[in-house]
Design a protein around this ligand. Structure first.
Ligand code: COA
Ligand code: AMP
Length: 640
């Protein structure tokens, strides 16, 4: 196969500043940058220092000025409400200006934080772009997180305003957002001045006088006034958004994204990685609450002048396993990006792929998967049934775009099942042992990225430079720690095998087991607990909480286990998918008191495991194995 990849990667490595200065020509800068890369500022240097620009201008205004006013910018397709609505670039600009006017009237300006707590509706995208227009910093919180998680983010980001919808809609229920919003504000120390609330007809929320503002009414008034709300110039290094992601504790990490480098990297990726030309339709079936939604539902496609799909539905059940194919054929989608778990769900409901034949998928060229390891079964099934290349790629909330992938626009490389392929330009990937020495090819180790990180990656954590340094830079000096383990083979292909921290991946969602343990430990009947991720055919992993109860508890064990499940759902949210709590008499520990989570996980998953040399009492592992078997939670031990 003929790919331009190697020459381009080598070109980047020889002169990174030249590479990124060429990519930067695709962005409209209000004033030029002094240097492509300024090594002496920030934690590891800053990109495009000295330039001024505006992300909303680059996503909307410039396309309207240059002939895309009538091209669809977003198509909202909501099988869950049975509605569809399209906004052209011109119409979206009008809406965003109207909303920016409302925000401005409430005192929102450059540098102010605004939390957005909304489902997959057009207004969520308008809110992000309106903030960007004013130079305000948005922080979108996923609707599947409950009040307590929202409160943590309110206290960290200290927003002046929260923009929310009255409800989200799941296939089996309406999820009222307002009670969670009110609970969050009552729990948080910081109180936002205003809440802008979009009343959805499926469930209207009670408004609080003096604090809550009706979003639709305010936008109507603003639209009628037809004010021209100019794009506020911001520095390339100014934050565009904060996106919270799971860390090793219950305190999420506020990943900061800047304006300049972010636009350059995302714009470059649309053609080089996804092979998408301006004017084409791109669909990332994710949620604006996740990084995939930020980068590839909103910013990447709009920067590139594409039409992007905002899908409020699921891969199955809305109404059936043909949902994705309907959207692809109806809107002429050229490329779809989703998580492997979505395909596992489709495959489970329609193993023969019979729904696929019902739709015209002739315009569909490529399927991209990320968010979790793409298992070979899923890739092969999708490739056979769809007849298009299926591309795995690996990245993180922190990087905002692909670290390792198969750059279709540069010419596809051969696919190796189980590998997201090779390092993208910008990333010098190394594999190190725990002492920081390079390991041989083919050997497992810590995957790190040589500093500096490329444009688009996080410059720091919000208000937490020290935590940023400790979490990512301190362990391997000169490198960014990805907290993924894996290896590189003789063809430079990367294989991602596991996380090196306590993060688990549930249906493509990144969750902290430490965070769940913190919540469970508040339960009055719990003496101690350990949460692990166990293998699940659909979601990849699901959390399992092992709990040791206080002696002398009066209620039944079943009641307490159900209580714990409810506690995690109420505190973290349904997205944690925490449905398994198992009372055990003891937890396996090392002699120094460390809980042996990895060994328990291997036992549950039926993988081969070795008795840890440092274990305090080996009999505990037998007890745990028996408790798991009794609940049907232990997979057959293939190694036995
Ligand atoms: N608001 C409120 N609740 C939400 C929610 C939201 N925005 N999103 C999910 N939930 C709830 C679900 O209703 C479910 O609740 P339940 O326990 O009462 O059933 C729970 O959170 C878990 O949701 P999810 O992990 O999505 O599982 P699911 O069983 O509803 O659906 C899949 C399984 C595979 C269909 C689904 O995970 C999916 O579509 N995944 C696509 C992958 C994806 O979007 N990844 C993001 C990164 S690319
Ligand atoms: P998130 O920050 O939510 O995008 O999650 C990032 C983490 O998900 C990574 O650190 C990996 O552990 C995992 N991940 C994402 N994409 C892949 C992939 N293609 N292959 C393997 N793991 C992945």
């Amino acid at each position: 196969m003929d790919s331009g990849y190697q020459a381009i990667y080598d070109g980047w490595k020889a002169d990174p500043e030249l590479f990124w200065s060429k990519a930067a020509q695709s962005i409209d800068w209000f004033t030029p940058y002094d240097r492509v890369f300024e090594p002496d500022s920030g934690a590891y240097g800053r990109w495009f220092a000295g330039a001024t620009t505006n992300t909303c201008y680059n996503c909307l205004d410039r396309h309207v000025e240059r002939g895309r006013a009538t091209q669809p910018a977003i198509i909202c397709d909501s099988p869950i409400t049975g509605t569809q609505k399209t906004y052209s670039y011109g119409e979206l600009l009008t809406e965003v200006q109207a909303l920016a006017g409302v925000l401005q009237d409430h005192g929102i300006g450059k540098g102010d934080r605004v939390i957005i707590y909304m489902p997959m509706i057009a207004e969520a995208i308008m809110a992000m772009l309106a903030c960007a227009r004013l130079g305000a910093i948005h922080s979108v919180v996923f609707g599947g997180f409950a009040g307590h998680e929202l409160a943590t983010r309110i206290d960290d980001a200290t927003p002046k305003m929260i923009i929310a919808a009255s409800c989200g809609i799941e296939p089996n229920r309406i999820v009222p957002y307002k009670p969670m919003l009110d609970e969050a504000i009552s729990l948080s120390v910081h109180k936002p001045e205003k809440c802008l609330l979009l009343q959805r007809e499926q469930h209207r929320a009670e408004m609080i006088d003096g604090r809550d503002v009706d979003m639709a009414r305010a936008m109507d008034a603003s639209r009628i006034a037809a004010r021209d709300i100019a794009c506020t110039p911001v520095k390339a290094e100014d934050p565009l958004y904060i996106l919270y992601t799971s860390g090793t504790t219950g305190q999420p990490k506020g990943v900061v994204r800047d304006n300049g480098g972010h636009m350059v990297a995302l714009h470059w990726s649309m053609k080089a990685i996804y092979d998408i030309n301006p004017g084409e339709v791109f669909w990332a079936a994710s949620d604006v609450g996740w990084v995939v939604g930020h980068s590839y539902i909103v910013y990447g496609p709009l920067l590139n002048g594409n039409t992007t799909i905002v899908y409020e539905g699921k891969p199955v059940g809305t109404p059936d396993a043909g949902a994705f194919w309907r959207v692809i054929s109806e809107h002429r989608v050229a490329a779809l990006f989703t998580a492997p778990t979505a395909f596992r769900a489709i495959k489970k409901d329609d193993p023969k792929g019979q729904f696929i034949g019902k739709y015209d998928l002739s315009g569909f060229r490529t399927l991209f998967l990320a968010g979790e390891r793409a298992d070979p079964d899923t890739i092969v099934w999708a490739r056979d049934k769809l007849g298009v290349p299926v591309i795995d790629h690996w990245w993180q909330t922190e990087t905002g775009w692909t670290i390792a992938g198969n750059p279709v626009g540069l010419g596809m490389l051969p696919v190796k099942l189980g590998s997201p392929t090779v390092a993208m330009p910008g990333y010098d990937i190394r594999v190190l042992d725990d002492a920081g020495h390079p390991v041989a090819r083919g050997q497992l180790g810590n995957i790190v990225i040589k500093l500096p990180l490329p444009p688009g990656c996080l410059p720091t954590l919000w208000n937490a430079d020290q935590r940023f340094h400790e979490a990512y830079l301190a362990e391997f000096p000169g490198y960014y720690k990805t907290a993924d383990a894996g290896y590189i083979d003789e063809d430079d292909y990367l294989f991602i095998m596991a996380r090196t921290d306590d993060i688990i991946n549930v249906a493509g969602h990144r969750l902290s087991t430490g965070g769940m343990e913190e919540v469970i430990s508040y339960h009055p009947d719990v003496a101690e607990c350990a949460v692990i991720g166990i293998a699940d055919d659909l979601k990849g992993q699901v959390p399992l909480g092992l709990v040791v109860l206080n002696s002398g508890v009066e209620r039944s064990v079943q009641e307490i286990e159900a209580d714990i499940v409810k506690l995690v759902r109420d505190q973290i949210g349904p997205v944690a998918a925490f449905k398994l709590a198992l009372a055990v008499s003891r937890l396996p520990k090392t002699r120094s008191g460390k809980i042996l989570r990895a060994t328990v996980q291997k036992i549950a998953d039926g993988q081969s495991w070795k008795m840890p040399a440092t274990i305090d009492d080996p009999a505990v592992l037998d007890e745990i194995g028996e408790a798991l078997s009794a609940r049907g939670l232990k997979k057959p031990d293939w190694s036995a």
